[in-house]
Design a protein around this ligand. Structure first.
Ligand SMILES: [Zn+2]
Ligand SMILES: [Zn+2]
Length: 131
């Protein structure tokens, strides 16, 4: 069982699946919506994810994607895309223990800022992860 929530504690969630994927995303939309150079995400099936307290607010971040965050403290929480209806991405660092789901790759590296260099040995893809 994975458990997490926003910084202020208003929103809590649980995920009861083994994550399908986990990645550190360097894309410009993650960067701008989090004001951080990289955002780590893990992916589960939507039915394996539930909000157990609070009500996130969401907005459309592109023509196919919606992002949800805590309206009280602003913590980014989830990403869902119409292109991948059987997946929900959750911010790894909103987990109580982010060590539970370390990223397995870097994605959208070509969009990243030049002053982040990783030496973790993980695969780094210039755009999305190959299917
Ligand atoms: Zn909050
Ligand atoms: Zn991204």
């Amino acid at each position: 069982m994975l458990q997490g929530g926003c910084f202020c504690g208003a929103i809590r969630y649980e995920a009861d699946d083994t994550p399908i994927q986990a990645t550190a995303c360097h894309c410009s939309i993650c960067r701008r919506t989090s004001a951080a150079p990289v955002v780590a995400w893990f992916t589960v099936k939507p039915k394996a994810f539930r909000i157990v307290s609070g009500q996130p607010k969401s907005f459309r971040s592109s023509d196919h994607a919606t992002r949800a965050f805590c309206p009280s403290c602003g913590t980014p929480l989830t990403f869902q895309s119409a292109r991948y209806p059987d997946e929900i991405d959750v911010t790894t660092c909103s987990l109580d223990d982010p060590e539970q789901v370390p990223p397995r790759s870097h994605t959208w590296r070509a969009s990243g800022v030049s002053w982040i260099k990783s030496a973790d040995g993980l695969a780094a893809y210039p755009e999305k992860r190959p299917e």
